[in-house]
Design a protein around this ligand. Structure first.
Ligand SMILES: Nc1nc2c(c(=O)[nH]1)N[C@H]1C(S)=C(S)[C@@H](COP(=O)(O)OP(=O)(O)OC[C@H]3O[C@@H](n4cnc5c(=O)[nH]c(N)nc54)[C@H](O)[C@@H]3O)O[C@H]1N2
Ligand SMILES: Nc1nc2c(c(=O)[nH]1)N[C@H]1C(S)=C(S)[C@@H](COP(=O)(O)OP(=O)(O)OC[C@H]3O[C@@H](n4cnc5c(=O)[nH]c(N)nc54)[C@H](O)[C@@H]3O)O[C@H]1N2
Ligand code: SF4
Ligand SMILES: [Mo]
Length: 676
C-alpha cells in the first residue's frame, strides 16, 4: 500500500517541500508540495532522485572496518568503542590538537548533526577544525562579522520585491540559490520581469542564469574586486550615495576607493569603463536594488574584498535593510543566539600561520598539518559528511596525507574518494529515515517560513541516526576525557526536544506541535527591516570601512591586465558536489565533466573540439575531453568539480588562498591546455 509523506528536501539550500509516495521502504514517486509557502511546488531533478540515494545498493548499512583483505562489516558497539578509544588515545599521546575534524557540506543540512555533532566536536577541543566553509563562503562570514557584528548576520536579497537584481558569480537557475535560499528561481525571475525590474549577471561564463538575464557581462575570473570597487567608487564619486544613518566611515571609504576608476578596472576585468559607470548609476538610482555575490566571487583570490564590496554597494545605495534590498531574516529558530558572533585570528595554523575564523582553520592547510612533524602535528582525524579529496585544493596530496594518519574515521553513507582512506566508516541513516527541520537555511531564505518533517520511512532497528552516532561516541569518549555534565545531558536529548525549545524561545514563539499540525510549513512573512536594533556590533552601528578591508585594497590596486588561460568551475542541475555523480537517474545522457573552451582559444592552442586534452596547473594535471563553447569568455576554461579521475581539485593549489580570509582559490586558477 502506497502512502503519501511530506518531507523537506535537504540536498541543497533551497529546502523544497516535497510529497513522496512511499511503498514499504521504497519511494515510488516524488512531486513538489504546492502548499509550501517558500518553495511553492518547486522541485528539481535531484529532489526527484532523493529515493535513489536511500535505495542505493552501495550505501553502507552497517559500520565497516578496513582490513588487509578489504572492508569488513562490524557491529555498532565494536565500531563506536574503537573510534572513541582511538581518538582518546591520540589525544593522550599527542595532545588535543593532534585530532583534526573536517565537516562537509551535508553537515549543515542535517538537524541531528547540528544539534549533536556540535556537542561532540566541541568535546575534542582541537584547534585543527576544518570544514567546507573555507572552500566556499568564508568571505561572506568574515564580511558579516566585520560589518554587522555576527558571522551569520547575512542580509538576504529580497528578490520577490526588488526592481534591480545584480548577481555576481552565482548561477541560481542551477544551484537554486546559495546564501539566498531561493527555490523556484525561474518563476521569481519572471515575476521580477513582470514588475518591470531588471536582472544583471556578471560571470565569466554565459550560464543558464545569465541566459535569462536582461544583461550579462563577461568578467575575467578573479578580477571582480576591481569591478566591484569601481562600481562603489562611481556611486560615491557621482554623489549618488544615500547610506542609512547608522552607517559610519563613508568619508574614509570614499578616499580609499578614489583610485579605483572604471578606466583603471576596464582592462583588468574585461568590462569597459562606460558599462561599469552605467551599471553603477542604474543600480544607485533604481527604486529598490540589491547586489548578491556568490561562490564565483568568494572562492577567488580577493574573495573577502569582493564580499565586502557587495555589502558596501547595498549599504551606500540605501538598499541595506529595506524591502526590495538586502535584509536580515527573522527565522523561527534564532541561529544568531545558538552560534557565537565569530572571532578572527585568535590563533593561527601551526605550519603556515593562516588565521582561524570562528574556531576553524582554512582547509588549504590541512595536508601540511598532517605532513609536517613536530608538536601539534595532526595524527588522527574525523571526517563528517565530507569528501575533501575531491572538494579541496590538491586533493591528491590530501589523499596521500590522510593515508599517513594513525587513525581516520569517516561518518558517511558511502565509501568515497575520502572515506576509502578511513580505518572505520560509520554510516548514518538517510534523510528519508530521519526528521528534518532546517536550522540553517530557513535563516538564509528569501522569505521567513518554518517547516518540520517527520521521517518518511521507518529506519531499520539496527540503523543509527547521525545524532545517535554522536551521542554514542560522545558518551564513550566522556569515559576517557573529563566532560561537563551539561554536555553529557545535552547529548542524551533528542534533536526534536532541543528543536521544540529553540522554537519556543524564538522570535515567533512557535512549537513543534504547531509545526506538526502544518506539515507543509508555516508562513512567517516577507523579510522586514530590523536594523539598527538587530545589529550585533557594540555600538549598533555599521563601520563600512573596516581597517582590515582598507588594508587589503593595496593588493587589489596592484592588479594589472593579464592574459593566459584561467580555470573556473561549473555546476550542473543534475549533480550535487561530489556525491550524486553515481545516481543513474541523474547521470543518463552525455558525460558532463568535459572542459569548456572558447573556439578562439582552441584554435590558438592547436586543439580540436571533442578531443582529449591535458589541463596542467602549478600542482597537477587532468586529462579530459574539451568542448568548444562561445558561452565561456575567451581566456577562460571551465571544468566541474567532484569527479573521480578528472577532479578539478587536482589542479587547484592550496598554496594560493584569499589573503584576507584564507578561503581557497578555486576560480581563476592559471592553467595550460595541450593536446594529448
Ligand atoms: N574546484 C571546486 N571545488 C569545490 C567547489 C567548486 O565550486 N569548485 N565547491 C565547493 C563547495 S561550495 C562545497 S560546499 C564543497 C563541498 O565539499 P564536501 O562537503 O567536502 O564534499 P561533498 O561533495 O559535499 O561530499 C559530501 C559527502 O557527504 C556524504 N553524505 C551525504 N549525505 C550524508 C548524510 O546525511 N550524512 C553523512 N554523514 N554523510 C552524507 C556523501 O556521501 C559525500 O561523501 O566543495 C567545494 N569544492
Ligand atoms: N545542482 C546543484 N546545485 C547546487 C550544488 C551542486 O553541486 N549542484 N551545490 C550547492 C552548493 S554546496 C553551493 S555552495 C551552491 C553554489 O551556488 P552558486 O554560487 O549559485 O553556484 P555556481 O554554479 O557555483 O555559481 C558560481 C558562478 O560563478 C561563476 N564564476 C566563476 N569564477 C568567477 C569569477 O571569478 N567571477 C565571477 N563574477 N563569476 C565567476 C561561475 O561561472 C558560476 O556561474 O550551489 C548549491 N546547489
Ligand atoms: S532545488 Fe534543492 S531542495 Fe529543491 S528539490 Fe532540488 S535539491 Fe531538493
Ligand atoms: Mo557549497
Amino acid at each position: 500500500m502506497a502512502s503519501t509523506r511530506l518531507i523537506t528536501c535537504n540536498l541543497c539550500e533551497a529546502c523544497c517541500g516535497l510529497q513522496v509516495e512511499v511503498e514499504q521502504d521504497r519511494v515510488t514517486s516524488v512531486s513538489g508540495d504546492p502548499r509550501d509557502p517558500l518553495s511553492r511546488g518547486h522541485l528539481c531533478p535531484k529532489g526527484v532522485a532523493i529515493g535513489d540515494v536511500h535505495a542505493d545498493g552501495k550505501r553502507l548499512r552497517t559500520p565497516v572496518r578496513k582490513t588487509a583483505t578489504g572492508w569488513q562489516e562490524i557491529g555498532w558497539d565494536a565500531a563506536l568503542d574503537e573510534v572513541a578509544t582511538r581518538l582518546a588515545d591520540a589525544r593522550e599521546r599527542h595532545g588535543r590538537n593532534s585530532v583534526a575534524v573536517y565537516l562537509g557540506n551535508p553537515t549543515a543540512h542535517s538537524l541531528g548533526a547540528l544539534t549533536h555533532g556540535t556537542a561532540f566536536f566541541g568535546m575534542l577541543r582541537t584547534r585543527n577544525r576544518y570544514s567546507a566553509t573555507s572552500v566556499d563562503q568564508l568571505p561572506h562570514h568574515l564580511a558579516a562579522y566585520l560589518l554587522y557584528g555576527h558571522q551569520l548576520l547575512l542580509p538576504i536579497p529580497d528578490i520577490d520585491r526588488t526592481d534591480h537584481f545584480l548577481l555576481v558569480g552565482g548561477n541560481p537557475l542551477v544551484s537554486n540559490g546559495s546564501l539566498m535560499t531561493v527555490p523556484d528561481f525561474a518563476n521569481r525571475r519572471k515575476e521580477l520581469r513582470a514588475r518591470g525590474g531588471k536582472f544583471v549577471v556578471l560571470d565569466p561564463r554565459r550560464t543558464e542564469t545569465a541566459k535569462v538575464a536582461d544583461e550579462h557581462h563577461f568578467v575575467r575570473p578573479g578580477t571582480d574586486a576591481a569591478l566591484l570597487l569601481a562600481l562603489v567608487r562611481t556611486v560615491l564619486h557621482e554623489g549618488l550615495a544615500t547610506p542609512p544613518p547608522y552607517v559610519d566611515g563613508v568619508a574614509e571609504l570614499t578616499e580609499a576607493v578614489a583610485g579605483f576608476t572604471p578606466e583603471w578596472a576596464a582592462p583588468i576585468t574585461g568590462v569597459d569603463a562606460g558599462t561599469i559607470e552605467r551599471l553603477a548609476r542604474e543600480f544607485a538610482t533604481a527604486e529598490r536594488a540589491v547586489a548578491h555575490g556568490r561562490t564565483g566571487v568568494s572562492m577567488q583570490r580577493h574573495g573577502a574584498v569582493c564580499q565586502w564590496a557587495v555589502q558596501v554597494l547595498n549599504a551606500i545605495t540605501g538598499n541595506l535593510d529595506r524591502p526590495g534590498g538586502a535584509l536580515a531574516t527573522r527565522p523561527a529558530v534564532d541561529i544568531l543566539k545558538m552560534v557565537g558572533p565569530g572571532h578572527f585570528g585568535v590563533w593561527r595554523s601551526r605550519v603556515r600561520g593562516l588565521p582561524e575564523f570562528a574556531g576553524e582553520l582554512p582547509v588549504s592547510v590541512l595536508a601540511e598539518e598532517i605532513e609536517t612533524p613536530g608538536e601539534g602535528q595532526v595524527k588522527a582525524a574525523v571526517v563528517h559528511a565530507g569528501n575533501p579529496v575531491l572538494s579541496t585544493p590538491d586533493g591528491k596530496r590530501l589523499a596521500k596525507a590522510l593515508g599517513q594518519l594513525d587513525f581516520l574515521v569517516a561518518i558517511d553513507i558511502k565509501v568515497t574518494e575520502t572515506s576509502e582512506h578511513a580505518d572505520i566508516v560509520l554510516p548514518p541513516t538517510t534523510l528519508l529515515e530521519r526528521d528534518h527541520y532546517d536550522l540553517i537555511f530557513h535563516a538564509l531564505a528569501v522569505r521567513d517560513t518554518a517547516r518540520y518533517s517527520p521521517p518518511a520511512i521507518a529506519k531499520p532497528a539496527d540503523a543509527r541516526h547521525d545524532w545517535e552516532i554522536f551521542r554514542d561516541l560522545g558518551l564513550r569518549y566522556a569515559k576517557r576525557v573529563k566532560t561537563p555534565l551539561a554536555t553529557r545531558l545535552r547529548l542524551r536529548l533528542r534533536p526534536t526536544v532541543l528543536l521544540d525549545l529553540l522554537l519556543r524561545v524564538g522570535p515567533h514563539k512557535l512549537t513543534l506541535r504547531k509545526l506538526r499540525k502544518n506539515p507543509s510549513g508555516v508562513d512567517l512573512g516577507p523579510l522586514a527591516p530590523s536594523f539598527p536594533h538587530r545589529l550585533r556590533t557594540k555600538d549598533k552601528r555599521v563601520q563600512i570601512a573596516p581597517e582590515m578591508m582598507l588594508d587589503a585594497l593595496a593588493a587589489v590596486r596592484d592588479m594589472t591586465a593579464e592574459d593566459g588561460l584561467l580555470l573556473i568551475g561549473r555546476r550542473h542541475l543534475r549533480a550535487n558536489n561530489s556525491w550524486m555523480n553515481d545516481v543513474a537517474r541523474l547521470t543518463r545522457g552525455r558525460p558532463r565533466h568535459h572542459l569548456l573552451m572558447h573556439p578562439k582559444d582552441l584554435a590558438d592552442n592547436g586543439l580540436v573540439d571533442g578531443a582529449d586534452v591535458l589541463v596542467r596547473s602549478a600542482v597537477g594535471s587532468v586529462r579530459v575531453p574539451v568542448t568548444a563553447s562561445e558561452d565561456v569568455m575567451p581566456g577562460v576554461v571551465s571544468l566541474p568539480h567532484g569527479y573521480r579521475g578528472t577532479s578539478a581539485n587536482d589542479l587547484t593549489d592550496p598554496a594560493v588562498v584569499d589573503e584576507v580570509s584564507g578561503n581557497a582559490v578555486l576560480n581563476g586558477v592559471p592553467v595550460h591546455v595541450t593536446p594529448v
